[in-house]
Design a binder for this molecule. Structure first.
Ligand code: NAP
Length: 286
């Protein structure tokens, strides 16, 4: 059996087209969704990421502001900028690109973002809303994985989902989202005694580890859906995920490639969250 590929680029294109349509409709009613992106320092990967986010906003018709600061920016100055953006009515989403320089407490910065503008979904209020099932912003990467599952019409109800990884930005919110969709969820991590025994029971596997070949073909039940969040480099410097794609695709029913799977969805869900923030605000004003 060869798995069907879940094409993150195609799903992203469709969702971004929907965002563009809804943005145009909102603009016609007087509100332009706005995203502020703050970058502190010169980290090359961060520069690429923020560039992609700003470009995606422009392409979908959202207003975006990129604020770049020297790595010597003080924590107090950054907190003051976040507070000013909290109060800025043209901004509906605030994203502070991580990692921040070591002298700045990233958690403190995230907690300063108004939860109503926390489109990255990293604020404790967003995490708490996800945990309790209240409205709030879902963090973009796991939210993108849910959209990929929806794109193939996959009903998670009663399915066994195994998440490998328990980080605050991917693994844990992923598990909670799958739970909210009525899957039975197992969360694995570096201290899991027998990872293969867990993954072999899974109807859906989400790998979010950051280590190549964590999931091999012998660990996958035939027909399972495999979502690969990992972003690693192989010996040739080529981007690859956590899954041994070539072998696992011969066992799985559905699989996401790397690149072209989860990656494009993260920026897409940032646009969706920013638009939804603006739509909520427009509804509240009406
Ligand atoms: P992270 O914070 O380093 O978390 C990695 C998780 O994997 C931890 O929970 C760790 O367990 C677990 N782990 C490590 N070795 C393991 C093993 N041998 N077996 C089982 N679990 C193991 O990383 P992250 O931020 O969640 O990111 C994970 C991967 O996704 C990275 O490659 C990252 O680049 C990628 N990523 C991609 C996107 C995207 O847009 N596509 C977005 C975010 C992240 P412990 O908790 O026990 O240490």
């Amino acid at each position: 059996m060869t798995a069907q590929i879940i094409d993150g680029n195609a799903v992203s294109r469709q969702l971004r087209a929907e965002v563009a349509q809804r943005t145009a409709a909102l603009k016609a009613r007087g509100t332009t969704p706005g995203l502020a992106v703050i970058l502190v320092g010169e980290d090359p990967a961060s520069q690429v990421y923020v560039g992609k986010k700003v470009q995606a906003c422009e392409e979908a018709g959202l207003h975006s502001v990129l604020e770049k600061y020297d790595a010597s920016l003080t924590e107090a100055a950054l907190l003051a900028r976040v507070e000013a953006l909290n109060a800025d009515p043209s901004i509906h989403g605030i994203l502070v690109q991580l990692p921040l320089p070591r002298h700045i407490d990233a958690q403190k910065v995230i907690e300063t973002i108004a939860p109503s503008k926390d489109v990255d979904g990293f604020h404790v209020a967003s995490a708490g809303a996800l945990m309790t099932g209240l409205p709030g912003f879902w963090s973009c990467t796991p939210y993108g994985c849910i959209k990929l599952l929806e794109s193939i019409g996959y009903d998670l109800k009663g399915k066994h989902a195994v998440v490998i990884g328990r980080s605050n930005n991917v693994g844990k919110p992923m598990a909670l989202m799958l739970l909210q969709k009525n899957a039975t969820v197992t969360v694995c991590h570096s201290a899991t005694a027998d990872l293969k025994a867990m993954t072999l029971q899974a109807d859906v596997i989400v790998a979010a580890v950051g280590r190549r070949n964590t999931l091999t073909a012998d660990m996958v039940k035939p027909g399972a859906v495999v979502i690969d969040v990992g972003m690693n480099r192989n010996e040739q410097g080529k981007l690859c995920g956590d899954v041994d794609f070539a072998a696992v695709k011969e066992v799985a029913g559905w699989i996401t490639p790397v690149p072209g799977g989860v990656g494009p969805m993260t920026v897409t869900m940032l646009l969706v969250n920013t638009l939804e923030s603006a739509e909520r605000e427009a509804r509240a004003k009406a």
